[in-house]
Design a protein around this ligand. Structure first.
Ligand code: C2E
Ligand code: MG
Ligand code: MG
Ligand code: MG
Length: 279
């Protein structure tokens, strides 16, 4: 296809990237069979209430268990899936699987758990996204508002007028909407407020910088503005108790990071829920 030719041109013009580009072509071929070979898995990373530390849900994070290369992270294969269009099928699988698994946790009594689903650019602009989400909502007992659809700030801003329409459609189905990687794009929080969103997710790069005065000032500004705009805030990438304490004392709503749990397979997340202690 023209898209995979694009990969070949890369080899042609950037000989130093040969191995890398060949790797990508090999992965692209393997990825075509990954879904049917059951190599695509959904991992779940816990999110907890910043005040009570009670679990509020999880984010679905896709993994590819490659037969010879081991687990391949999404940062490597999502761009390939995106450029080849395979993201549509993979994204459908992630959405359906994550909603089904969250329905199971609800039936076990964890009936307040949300599920965060990442939508890539191509998924977000596909013509039948609305039908897919409606189909999933119709076929689950999970109330739609527990499904948090995440799009990145840069995607949201890339075609703002069209995107507002898509977001309104998803909102009408009853889903919740989040802006992911907030702070890495070029929007003002005030402008984002014209979007029908519920939540912003502060990017991990800001959490890492909380050990500097400047980083703290930026985080405080984001949190104060989100608060005044009545947006819920999730901070991602919390690894230390200092980061946790700072975010708690500045009205962050939900915390996500290795401090509470790494992304894990479904059964491990069930065990995490059973063993997790807020103390
Ligand atoms: P994201 O949506 O911003 O997800 C958060 C990423 O931060 C995850 O990386 C997660 O493992 C990582 N993370 C969370 N807490 C910590 C921490 O305390 N320390 C460190 N070092 N990392 C932490 P992951 O799973 O590698 O995913 C990377 C990106 O790939 C995601 O960023 C998202 O943009 C994309 N992605 C993941 N799953 C999917 C999917 O199902 N569909 C699409 N379209 N994209 C996905
Ligand atoms: Mg995300
Ligand atoms: Mg993020
Ligand atoms: Mg991120």
């Amino acid at each position: 296809t023209a898209k995979s030719r694009g990969g070949n041109q890369f080899i042609f013009y950037k000989p130093e990237l040969n191995d890398n580009a060949q790797d990508i072509l090999a992965l692209e071929n393997d990825l075509r069979r990954a879904l049917q070979n059951n190599e695509i898995e959904v991992f779940y990373q816990p999110q907890v209430d910043a005040n009570t530390l009670v679990p509020t849900g999880s984010e679905a994070l896709v993994r590819w268990r490659h037969p010879s290369r081991g687990i391949i992270p999404p940062g490597i294969f999502i761009p390939i899936a995106e450029s080849t269009g395979m993201i549509i099928e993979i994204g459908k699988f992630v959405l359906e699987t994550a909603v089904k698994d969250t329905e199971t946790w609800h039936s076990l009594g964890y009936s307040e758990l949300h599920i965060g689903i990442n939508l890539s650019s191509r998924q977000f602009t596909q013509s039948n996204l609305m039908e897919l989400v409606q189909h999933v909502v119709t076929n689950t007992t999970l109330p739609a508002h527990f499904i948090d659809l995440e799009i990145t700030e840069s995607l949201a801003m890339s075609n703002a007028e069209t995107n507002i329409n898509i977001l309104n459609g998803l909102k009408a189905i009853g889903a919740s909407l989040s802006i992911d990687d907030f702070g890495t794009g070029y929007s003002s929080l005030a402008y984002l407020h014209s979007f029908p969103i519920d939540t912003i997710k502060i990017d991990r790069s800001f959490v890492i910088n909380l050990d500097t005065k400047e980083g703290q000032a930026i985080a405080k500004t984001i949190l104060a503005m989100a608060d005044s705009l009545k947006l819920s805030v999730v901070a991602e990438g919390i690894e230390t108790k200092e980061q946790q304490a700072f975010l708690q004392s500045h009205n962050c709503n939900i915390l996500q990071g290795y401090k509470f749990g790494k992304p894990m397979p479904k059964d491990e997340f069930t065990v995490w829920l059973q063993k997790y202690n807020t103390l």
